[in-house]
Design a protein around this ligand. Structure first.
Ligand code: ADP
Length: 632
């Protein structure tokens, strides 16, 4: 059958383009990617072989690198699971990860024409890295259990060809026609056996299958000794393993090109045994918030035998970015995903991993705040998802939280630090949620708190609205109290006493004005009342204790939920000169039509001050223009 020509998915073309033009600083990684794929393919077939032994190869699993310096060719073959024709088209002509196109679009729009390798590395370019060193790439593959083989080839220029071919046994061979090792655009000489040995040792030493090298025409002929030690890194004594080896192993299992943030090893001993080597990434994967995120997460081994990757049962969702290996001694080799869900051992391992991960993070937070801050900026919102899960030990998650605060200058604070700054008898932690720090520090709601030196914590992630509003946890015995909810009683007893009587007097004196304003905005607000939380703003909106805040109602509504419309309360500042003037107008004529107009304006600007949206912005700006005209 003749070769058929296909066009690459647009995203692949974009990715190839970005890679070829921006990732030339470390081209050696192409080999790591090919070996990783080959080793994954052997893992998969070995796993299949547990239940279908007829699929297993006659020869032991191995990865073979074959180079021909004359022909400038390099190939990597494996006797792993192989691919069917459909799988080749799907796996190698398209990128099936959700969010890919947004991600690539944002990369190619970025001002810097040289995209940083970290960014692309986050994406895990894998197989396509071959095009950094080759003018032409071909793949010959045969799926275990099938007879026909498929040949895929491309010169990375937008299209690829597919044709039927033959292959002696199941497995995959990826062959590269290397670019010139001399000249302007020269690459390293990847047919040089010393260079290849070095690269394999550096990036792939721990691969569980022997990696053999054959150099065509080599003198002396290349030896049969594998290039790698094949030692399972998590079984080696920690002091023997270098940081670089740990980092390379991370890149292998996580398909991340960046250095990990930290790693730790842990053991479970007792009724059964397991050990784990876990990593936390330094940069969030681009699809962290996509539901179908690749979620390579944790790999499960039983007595050194790879069982499966993406073992979701071993980590809760809110720690889905953790990577690593769990090697259990006593699980059955035939364990299936369904069995995992009910396994009591898996449950014990999972609890252990969660505990250790949270401890490792707490330690980082205490030992290196700067580094932790960087981590929190990337992954904090995901970790806070854990606060929505009432079955978790939420206190341990709260210990990791960093947030902005009215007290901490421009830096962020932990909850424990905030509590340590509070007078002992204060029972609540005041907070406000909103889109950004700038937004919140200038909010009318925090004015009175700032003036009295009462710290307000500022939470700026979407998820904060949810965990703080629905089933808020307590921290160190203190409740969380939103500054925009209910009738705030500002702690200081003496102060509060004075305020209460003043407020009662103000309420009395302002009653006619409150009534007049209410008439103007009764469709929008529940009540108009005198505030004791404002100092320099004329008005603000608050909600009753049990009501949902404006932001969260809006958020829920956007996500398609049916949320009853709760009217806010308009609080006015009796000490503000604007209200003194309005009071004078009202005292002269309580029916003055300007009062209703001003009520709408006060309501509108209070809404804008908290980042809300006006129902009729055109009418609002028309009124402002009229007012400006009058006062000129
Ligand atoms: P990634 O490995 O990050 O998923 P790649 O671009 O390297 O991305 O590979 C895409 C897919 O192609 C792999 O997930 C795998 O399914 C398939 N694949 C690549 N190489 C091999 C191989 N040697 N044997 C079997 N399948 C392979």
């Amino acid at each position: 059958m003749a070769a058929e020509k296909f066009a690459f998915q647009a995203e692949v073309v974009q990715l190839l383009d970005l890679m070829i033009h921006s990732l030339y600083s470390n081209r050696d990684v192409f080999l790591r990617e090919l070996i990783s794929n080959a080793s994954d393919a052997c893992d998969r077939l070995r796993f299949e072989g547990l239940t279908h032994s007829d699929l297993l190869p006659d020869e032991p699993f191995a990865v073979n690198i074959h180079v021909d310096p004359e022909a400038r060719s390099l190939s990597v073959s494996d006797n792993g699971i192989g691919m069917s024709r459909e799988e080749v088209v799907h796996n190698i002509g398209t990128i099936a990860k959700s969010g890919t196109s947004e991600f690539l679009r944002s990369l190619s729009k970025s001002a810097d024409p040289k995209i940083s390798p970290e960014l692309i590395g986050q994406f895990g370019v894998g197989f396509y890295a071959s095009f950094m060193v080759a003018d032409e790439v071909s793949v010959v593959t045969r799926k275990a259990g099938e007879h026909e083989a498929t040949r895929w080839s491309s010169s990375g220029d937008g299209s690829y060809e597919i044709e039927e071919t033959e292959r002696d046994a199941a497995g995959t061979t990826v062959s590269l026609k290397l670019k010139a090792a001399e000249g302007d655009d020269a690459i390293a000489d990847y047919t040089d056996q010393w260079l290849l040995r070095q690269i394999v040792k550096r990036f792939s030493d721990f691969v569980a299958y022997p990696i053999h090298l054959k150099v065509e025409g080599a003198d002396p002929p290349s030896s049969n000794e594998p290039l790698n030690s094949m030692k399972a890194i998590w079984r080696r004594p920690e002091e023997e393993v270098s940081e670089e080896e740990y980092a390379e192993f991370y890149k292998h299992i996580a398909h991340d090109w960046n250095e990990p943030l930290l790693h730790f090893s842990t053991r479970i001993e007792g009724n059964f045994e397991a050990r784990a080597l876990l990593y936390l990434p330094s940069l969030a994967p681009f699809d962290l918030y996509h539901r179908e995120m690749a979620h390579r997460g944790i790999q499960l081994y039983v007595k050194r035998v790879f069982i499966m990757d993406e073992c979701r049962e071993l980590m809760p969702e809110y720690l889905r970015f953790a990577k690593g290996v769990v090697d259990a001694e006593d699980l059955s080799l035939n364990v299936s995903r369904e069995m995992l869900q009910q396994s009591a051992q898996i449950e014990v391992i999972r609890k252990h991993l969660v505990k250790k991960t949270l401890e490792a993070l707490k330690e980082l937070k205490e030992s290196d705040r700067e580094k932790y801050r960087g981590f929190w900026a990337q992954f904090g919102p995901v970790i806070k998802e854990g606060l929505l899960d009432l079955s978790q030990k939420r206190e341990r998650i709260l210990e990791l939280v960093l947030c902005e605060s009215t007290a901490a200058g421009s830096g962020s604070t932990s909850l424990a630090e905030a509590v340590s700054r509070m007078p002992e008898d204060r029972e609540v932690i005041y907070y406000l949620t909103g889109p950004s720090r700038e937004h919140l520090v200038n909010s009318p709601h925090v004015e009175a708190f700032v003036e009295r030196n009462i710290e307000v914590l500022l939470f700026t992630d979407h998820v904060d609205e949810i965990w703080l509003e629905q089933n808020p946890p307590e921290f160190a015995g203190k409740k969380f109290q939103s500054v925009l909810k209910g009738d705030i009683d500002l702690d200081d007893a003496a102060d509060a006493g004075r305020d209460e009587s003043k407020r009662a007097k103000d309420a009395e004196a302002f009653k006619p004005l409150l009534d007049a304003l209410r008439t103007g905005v009764q469709d929008h607000v529940k009540e108009v009342r005198v505030s004791n939380r404002l100092t320099s703003s004329p008005a603000c909106l608050v909600v009753d204790e049990g009501d949902l805040s404006h932001q969260i109602s809006e958020m829920l509504r956007r996500s398609g939920q049916n949320v009853p419309h709760v009217k806010p309360i308009l609080e006015i500042n009796p000490a503000h000169p604007l209200l003194a003037k309005l009071k004078a107008v009202c005292d002269a004529d309580a029916k003055d039509p300007r009062l209703a107009d001003y009520a709408t304006l006060l309501f509108g600007q209070a809404m804008l001050a908290e980042g809300g949206q006006l129902e009729d912005p055109a009418a609002f700006s028309r009124r402002i223009a009229e007012l400006m005209l009058e006062t000129l």
